[in-house]
Design a protein around this ligand. Sequence first.
Ligand code: GDP
Ligand code: MG
Length: 181
Amino acid sequence: NALVKMEANIVVMGTESVGKSALTVRLLTGKFIGEYGDIESIYSRDFTLDGRGVTLNIWDSPYSEDLAAEMSLFCKKVRWADGYVLVYSICDRASFNAVSRLVQRIKSSKDHLGTDKVPIVVVGNKKDLHHRRTVQSEEGRLLALSTDCLFYEVSAAENYHSVIALFHGLVDRIKDVRPVM
Ligand code: GDP
Ligand code: MG
């Protein structure tokens, strides 16, 4: 029903300092402010996508090295989420490996078993820092291709449009798996 408003829960994940908060704030305010605290928050905001209203609830949280805490938070997020933004920095190889592991963990979590399509977007952030790149675009693209995820390389700092595009792409995926929305 086109008159029913769509609402989607989106969780932003990835290791420390990859730009999770920068991407979230960029989407919500249009701005890049450079410094972000370690605030755990779910932001709700109405958007118009393709002429249709959609409420996005976006869960941004600081990365925790505490394994037990991280694990229980992971389970909560998986129960809550309709879609995932998995962020790495193109200058940080370890953050890319972490995203690769996250994709597997999400897909094999019991909440998603038997679901053929889990809406996930793999995001290589900090594209503006190309002189410090250590993860090639091809690697990100291949990871996404082999796991049936979307892939975007973006810059929260310098390319607002790329940030909008990745969230838009994810919402389209969520719509695909929930056609009644
Ligand atoms: P989080 O820990 O994943 O939430 O990372 P933050 O959003 O706090 O960002 C960590 C640092 O990276 C901050 O100093 C940001 O200003 C910086 N940063 C985030 N995104 C970008 C980007 O696209 N380009 C550049 N050059 N710096 C970025
Ligand atoms: Mg943060």
